[in-house]
Design a protein. Sequence first.
Length: 253
Amino acid sequence: MNKSIDSEKHQFAFYWQELSEKLFKKDEIVTLKNPELFHRLFNVLRLNAEEKCIFFDEHKSIEVTIKGFDKKNMIIFLVDAIKENVRLTPAITFLLPLLKREAFEQAIYSLVELGVNKIELVITEKSQRKWGGAQELDRLKRIMIAAAEQSKNFSLPGLYEPKEISIALTDNNKDLRKIFFDSQGLPAYTFFKDLKQEDCQKLMILVGPEGDLTNSEKNLLHQNNILFCRLTPTILRAQQAVVVGMGLLRTLL
């Protein structure tokens, strides 16, 4: 996880898609013309000279000190530090069903906040809506960027269009420890304790959709050697299971 040099004051982070295309040196003064970033820094947040912030993309981040703004959408900044993004371990692939839109977007945001490495969207028998195609994918990517800016988890996960759950399980039938968060599974404390002792480096996680998986789908999970884990004594909504399960994973492993 990337940490700011100046930990005494909050630093805003901003996604800059072309960042990795640029070559920077520490202590270099840079003049950048980027109307979108200019608008956010100058018009929305009203940052002043000598304030610090972070620019990032999927590969690296730079910590900068703002030196000034120009009326022609120019940002002038000093490069304080250059960092390669660090992916959290163990590597986690998350199979997320198509949920109702609000819950779905909350789950996507949380997965980025909590440092998942890969998100594969899956279609289940109880899926209640259709996939929105390229338009929905673009919206989800914007949500992921917002989550990365807030959480300072700059290593954005890969996001893949939906496939049938049976196909997703086959595609991920590799050297992965596979876990399904389910109210009938083994208790989480014992489960994660065992995982830590095994020093698992690759995990595949799945939650059920609204209304849960069907019996035939759960049988399919058993056939693919997926372990069932109970997070709480109560039944959680899918987006809550995402937060509780990923939070435990990132805290305990």
